[in-house]
Write a protein that binds this ligand. Structure first.
Ligand SMILES: [Zn+2]
Length: 341
């Protein structure tokens, strides 16, 4: 009886030891696999970085596909210009867009001392909310239909004719911000973003009247407006019947964008209300009907840097891409990318 019990305990202990050993082996296998995956990924990125130094290429994170690819700069810019500006725009406007996009990209390339966007370990991504919009040549051809060949040739020319050209300020590539439509005057960077930049100051932007969103209207039911505002700013305490006296624009910047406004018991900025209601711009005015709040916007986008419709207007007036860029980015010069290295 006693011997049997000792035998049982020994069996039990052996069994437990075997389980521990199996678990340890499993853990070790998992660690080895993780290490292998990390090493392979590191190698792949390193190989891509090496390759890019040979052919002036960059790493692009394809947002929709969730993967990183290496692309030659001008091939990437073809997709950015096509994604960011209608191909029907004049060639000089497309060239200005190519230079602005190249400059923006250079500032994010690790190999050139820039600050990468970092998604997937890449220099830039194709998410327009983070970096710049990008459309593949196939997607653009499909969008253009019967105009595909003509537009592709035009875009290729815009990129090739400005090969290597970037905008610089005091020897450094600029933060080349751009937007669709300024609404007659662009905005100082410090009024929209935290930092002021000497070349991102407001300038006149005439000739934008043909822009798709030169003026626009956002219509909300009184109830929906009150609900959205009170949820975001509980101090507002808006009432459907009192909006005419509770909602008031207090100040505007020179561009016309709303600086501050009063919403009942709350005070906020035009930028914040634009974000909350997804308005086309922060240059807006209110109108109230019996059931609706009508918000008329002027311009489309943040309003800082180059206005794409303003660039179009200048090009139609016969200005070249250099004049367009120097108008929207105050005090800049154009230079070749190689001069940075
Ligand atoms: Zn990004």
């Amino acid at each position: 009886m006693h011997l049997l019990r000792i035998g049982g305990i020994a069996c039990y202990m052996w069994y437990r030891w075997e389980i521990k050993r199996a678990l340890a082996l499993l853990l070790a296998a998992c660690l080895a696999l993780c290490l292998l995956v990390a090493t392979l990924r590191g190698c792949r990125l390193a190989c891509q970085r090496e390759k890019r130094q040979d052919d002036e290429s960059l790493l692009v994170y394809l947002h929709a596909e969730g993967r990183v690819v290496s692309m030659a700069m001008d091939a990437y810019l073809y997709g950015v210009v096509g994604g960011e500006m209608p191909a029907s725009f004049p060639l000089e406007a497309l060239k200005a867009q190519a230079v602005a996009a190249r400059t923006y990209t250079v500032r994010r390339m690790a190999a050139l001392g820039g600050k990468p966007c970092g998604r997937g370990g890449a220099d830039v991504c194709t998410d327009s909310a983070c970096c710049q919009s990008y459309k593949s040549p196939e997607a653009l051809a499909e969008r253009w239909g019967s105009e595909a060949k003509r537009n592709a040739d035009k875009l290729k020319e815009a990129v090739a004719a400005t090969h290597g050209v970037i905008a610089i300020y005091e020897g450094e590539p600029i933060e080349a911000l751009y937007h669709s439509t300024a609404g007659d005057r662009t905005e100082d960077a410090q009024n929209v973003f935290a930092a002021a930049l000497p070349y991102l100051v407001g300038v006149e932007s005439p000739g934008e009247q043909d822009a798709v969103h030169y003026t626009d209207e956002a219509r909300l039911g009184r109830r929906a407006f009150v609900k959205a505002v009170n949820k975001k700013w509980p101090k507002a305490k808006l009432k459907e019947s009192k909006l005419e006296s509770q909602v008031k624009v207090l100040s505007r910047f020179e561009s016309g964008q709303v600086e501050t406004l009063r919403l009942g018991g709350a005070q906020t900025t035009g930028k914040e209300l634009r974000k909350l209601l997804d308005l086309k711009s922060a240059n807006f005015a209110f109108d109230f009907s019996a059931k609706e709040v009508v918000i008329t916007t002027h311009g489309y986008g943040h309003g800082v840097g180059m206005s794409q419709y303003g660039a179009r207007a200048m090009a139609l007036e016969g200005e070249d891409y250099e004049a367009i860029l120097k108008h929207y980015y105050t005090g800049i010069e154009l230079a070749q990318m190689e001069e940075l290295q």
